[in-house]
Design a protein around this ligand. Structure first.
Ligand SMILES: C[S@@+](CC[C@H](N)C(=O)[O-])C[C@H]1O[C@@H](n2cnc3c(N)ncnc32)[C@H](O)[C@@H]1O
Length: 234
């Protein structure tokens, strides 16, 4: 049983509510950044680095940043794929898209930002080598569909790395959940009941998960099998 269910139905209403929440946050990015740092005691930084390292981007690759927000990942992703690669940020909030576009000049790789819904990605099958989603899937009412969509737009051998948050899992920390969970749901349109890890496991051919911060913060990676390579290894 989920600890708390969102007051909204699992529908377009919830996506629009999220859009409004993040349009507001896009006008207060400093406060938002400070709240995130406080909530994770800055451990999200190490989690992002770990996810990037497992994503193992190569020069010239095309990477999709799902729920890119104000584009906080663009420099790190661009540094890995370089000037011959491509970073595409996608976000549902117009305010965040505007903020992310302001960040694109001067990024280390060609970077494009589009407004769109991660549950119906506007890209052809196999368009990307890799995808990265930081603190964004848990802000989607139907993140399971988003994970399946990401898998669709990844090429064989492509991979998805996720940094995200869930309620406290460890020992006495769990006593904080009834307080922290509703506040986070209100402030960040958080859907703790969505089974992101289970969906990564069932959608990708191989996956791994690392957790930190009393189990709240995790890094998950899913790999799509490369059939050509698999057949060669047989
Ligand atoms: C908590 S912010 C994370 C932003 C950024 N990735 C970061 O690490 O700071 C969640 C972002 O997901 C976006 N988002 C929520 N639902 C979405 C959807 N269905 N499709 C695309 N983006 C979505 C929000 O607009 C918001 O910018």
């Amino acid at each position: 049983m989920p600890l708390l269910s969102s007051p909204f139905g699992r529908s377009r209403d919830r996506a629009d509510h999220g859009r409004r929440v993040y349009n507001r946050w896009s006008d207060h990015q400093r406060i938002y950044g400070a709240l995130v740092r406080l909530a994770f005691l800055e451990r999200d930084r190490a989690a992002r680095e770990r996810a990037l390292s497992v994503l193992d981007l190569a020069s010239g690759e095309r990477v999709l940043d799902i729920g890119c927000g104000a584009g906080v990942n663009f420099d790190a992703l661009g540094a890995q794929v370089g000037s011959g690669g491509l970073v595409v940020g996608l976000d549902y909030s117009e305010g965040m898209v505007r903020a992310a576009r302001e960040r694109t000049p001067g990024t280390p790789a060609p970077t494009a930002v589009c407004r769109g819904d991660a549950t119906t990605l506007p890209f052809a099958d196999g368009s990307f080598d890799a995808a990265y989603a930081t603190l964004s899937l848990s802000a989607m009412a139907t993140a399971e569909t988003a994970v399946e969509e990401v898998s669709r737009v990844l090429r064989p051998g492509g991979r998805l790395a996720v940094v995200d948050a869930r309620p406290f899992q460890a020992g006495l920390w769990r006593a904080l959940n009834p307080l922290v969970t509703p506040i986070s749901m209100l402030a960040t349109n958080w859907y703790p009941e969505v089974d992101i890890l289970g969906t990564i496991r069932s959608t990708f051919d191989e996956s791994r998960v690392w957790t930190t911060n009393a189990g709240t913060l995790y890094v998950a990676v899913g790999w799509k099998e490369d059939e050509v390579r698999r057949d060669r290894l047989r």
